[in-house]
Design a protein around this ligand. Structure first.
Ligand SMILES: Nc1ncnc2c1ncn2[C@@H]1O[C@H](COP(=O)(O)OP(=O)(O)OP(=O)(O)O)[C@@H](O)[C@H]1O
Length: 250
């Protein structure tokens, strides 16, 4: 098991956000957390990345309790693509190279540079590599952030709305690359997303959050008109398109 979450509870001061959240993620699996604004999706990713500390429950990565891991050990296993990427006076190349930091013992090696070059080529961002990230558009920055997580070579990638600033072509490209990495390298991914149809296309499993609790978890069969109405308070049809369900608002 790559990730096992058991009964986690999290509050911001006295405000309860997550209650009794449990689920597992297997190797080579993409799981998408769905739910309305403010339900706790980002908070959940931050708990898995040890940015936040749940007040109850446990989070195991490769069967090890993250509470007992130091941050370097977490960073070697977990790559995080935040919803809002931080900016600074760094070139995209240097920002991506930071993803190698958890693995660098002394100096940056030729191998580190090779891994960064390969990611830049794979994401077709050669033209962005020497530009400063504080002069980039939201979508360009999002690609840098995904590249940084890829070069980290983690076991688990956490991606908070990784395509929210990307145009249609870049959305498809990034998600295809994430899927190829997950399938080819015994990596797993946990994403959050608002576009349910894109999530259906690129994910194996889903967690539907409602009021900070799991409303349903499982394969695409949990995405039904009833579950969407309950969780999002909107009416939809669910139809089949090329053997995959698609959600159509009514
Ligand atoms: N640092 C914080 N301090 C206090 N409350 C917070 C903090 N961060 C988030 N919250 C609150 O916790 C709840 C969950 O926030 P979170 O960002 O996890 O939601 P989300 O599901 O990711 O939302 P969205 O889809 O809008 O990104 C929200 O009500 C939010 O206002």
């Amino acid at each position: 098991m790559i990730l096992s979450i058991n009964g986690i509870e999290f509050s911001y001061r006295s405000r309860d956000v997550l209650r009794d959240v449990s689920f597992d993620v297997q190797p080579n699996e993409i799981m998408t957390i769905l739910g309305p604004n403010g339900v706790g999706k980002t908070t959940l990713l931050k708990c898995i990345n040890k940015i936040h500390h749940p007040k109850a429950g446990s989070i195991l990565i490769e069967d090890e309790d993250i509470m007992k891991m130091d941050l370097l050990n977490v960073a070697r296993r977990v790559g995080y693509v935040p919803q809002h990427c931080e900016k600074g006076r760094l070139t995209a190349y240097d920002a991506i190279l930071l993803g190698r930091r958890p693995h660098i013992t002394w100096n940056t090696s030729d191998n580190d540079l090779k891994i960064v070059d390969a990611a830049i080529k794979r994401l077709r961002m050669e033209d962005l590599a020497m530009r400063y990230i504080d002069e980039m558009s939201g979508g360009e920055l999002q690609k840098v952030s995904v590249a940084r997580a890829l070069v980290q070579e983690p076991k688990l990638m956490l991606l908070d709305e990784p395509t929210s600033s990307l145009d249609l072509k870049n959305q498809q490209e990034i998600l295809r690359i994430i899927k190829a990495v997950v399938r080819g390298h015994s990596v797993s991914a946990v994403m959050t997303m608002h576009d349910i149809n894109t999530a259906l296309r690129f994910s194996d499993k889903f967690v539907l959050l409602k009021d900070g609790q799991i409303y349903a978890a499982g394969g695409p069969e949990i995405i039904t008109p009833e579950s969407i109405r309950e969780v999002y308070d909107v009416d939809v049809h669910v139809e089949n398109f090329k053997n995959s369900p698609i959600v159509i608002p009514v």
